[in-house]
Design a protein around this ligand. Structure first.
Ligand code: NAD
Ligand code: IPM
Ligand code: MN
Length: 357
């Protein structure tokens, strides 16, 4: 098969981790007889520096014409002084909206090899961690009106959290369908004791649930969910939640699996084109040192093969290769424990690519 992939390396560790995912995809293409063409385009801080805007038209056009987008990370201290509408992160939001990617899937799975890297006690990790955060991605407070004004001589800022029924309905379907392929349980996370958006969320999710009698639904407040993820992560199968809660809970969920560096994500809309990126950011503190963990990006590439290109065997092959390299004891710094061997980002990419059979 021939596939055209738009590649956005972005800022910080972005270029380092994307290089490793490209190595792995190139190896898959060789082994399975596919042609993957990569078209590199700019977004984020590097695009601001080169073109004066975080999301140049050419980038958007290339992404819209691609079969899928592979993205590293954007942002960094160099651009933190810019107003909200001009920041590198705005490119991400613009891409998600323009490509209609309302469903963000973020798996939290504990590789048994990384159990010692988890900050949770062995008595908790022994029960396993295997859940998926289904995060609404194009609505909520991220996309409501943002405003800073002046009242009585002091600055006042507001961000509007807004959801309509159809936005909730379509993401709820994604969660229930995801649960059907797993352990048939959805936990919808909200703040319905305080927020109108959450009360609407609950009502719509309950209505959608009627179409999935084989899936059980429970509701949980987001503050309790943050606590339960640490206390008893094995209780979760699919967590369905709105944009900002999903952002926060997915970072927490990643850490209990050992490190944020191994978690990939897919962002999907109504078609097959998706955007695939690790859930972490540009990690400015370790950028340019060949230290970053590329596994989250490599597993995002595997998700691209599975969800957008209908290549499940190829996706399985990548996941097996990651597991094999972890079995051999190789780790980047973020997932080290006493019995493992420290390697660089690029060596991790080389080893995973070589382990693909
Ligand atoms: P971050 O995820 O970049 O880093 C948080 C911590 O995790 C750092 O100590 C970092 O070194 C570590 N870390 C992250 N990814 C790692 C990896 N692959 N391997 C090893 N360690 C890793 O979060 P932050 O510091 O809050 O944000 C930095 C910048 O990234 C900000 O500009 C932020 O807006 C941006 N950001 C971008 C994305 C994205 O592009 N999708 C996501 C989150 C944050
Ligand atoms: C993520 C990031 C983004 C988000 C930021 C950088 C806009 O944190 O992808 O998780 O909040 O969605
Ligand atoms: Mn985030």
């Amino acid at each position: 098969m021939e596939k055209h992939i738009a590649v956005i390396k972005g800022d910080g560790i972005g270029p380092e981790i994307i290089d490793q995912a490209q190595k792995v995809l190139t190896r898959i293409a060789e082994q399975y007889g596919h042609t993957f063409s990569f078209e590199e385009v700019l977004a984020g801080g590097c695009a601001i520096d080169a073109c004066g805007t975080c999301l140049p038209d050419k980038t958007l056009k290339t992404c819209l014409n691609s079969d899928s987008v592979l993205l590293g990370a954007v942002g960094g201290p160099k651009w933190d002084h810019l107003p909200g509408s001009e920041r590198p992160e705005k490119a991400l939001l613009g891409l998600r909206k323009a490509l209609g990617l309302y469903a963000n899937i973020r798996p939290a799975v504990l590789f048994p090899q990384l159990a010692d890297a988890s900050p949770l006690k062995p008595s908790i990790t022994a029960n396993g961690i295997d859940f998926v955060v289904v995060r609404e991605l194009t609505g909520g407070v991220y996309f409501g009106a943002h405003q800073t004004t002046s009242e009585n001589g002091e600055a006042v800022a507001s961000d509007l959290m807004i959801y309509s029924e159809h936005e909730i309905e379509r993401i709820a379907h994604v969660a229930f369908q995801t649960a059907r392929k797993r352990r048939h349980h959805v936990t919808s996370v909200d703040k319905a004791n305080v927020l109108d958006t959450s009360r609407l969320w609950r009502k719509v999710v309950e209505r959608v649930a009627e179409q999935y009698p084989d899936v059980t639904l429970s509701h949980m407040y987001v503050d309790n969910a943050a606590m339960q993820i640490c206390k008893n992560p094995a209780q979760f199968d699919v967590i369905l939640t709105e944009n900002m809660f999903g952002d926060i809970l997915s970072d927490e969920a990643s850490m209990i699996t050992g490190t944020i560096g191994t978690i990939g994500s897919s962002s999907l809309g109504s078609g097959t084109r998706g955007m695939y990126e690790p859930i972490h950011g540009s990690a400015p503190d370790i950028a340019g040192q060949d230290k970053a963990n590329p596994i989250g990006t490599i597993l995002s590439a595997a998700m691209m093969l599975r969800f957008s290109f209908d290549m499940p065997s190829e996706a399985d092959a990548i996941e097996r290769a990651v597991s094999a390299v972890l079995d051999e004891g190789f780790r980047t710094g973020d997932m080290m424990d006493a019995h493992t061997v420290l390697i660089s980002c690029s060596e991790m990419g080389d080893r995973i690519a070589a382990a693909i059979q």
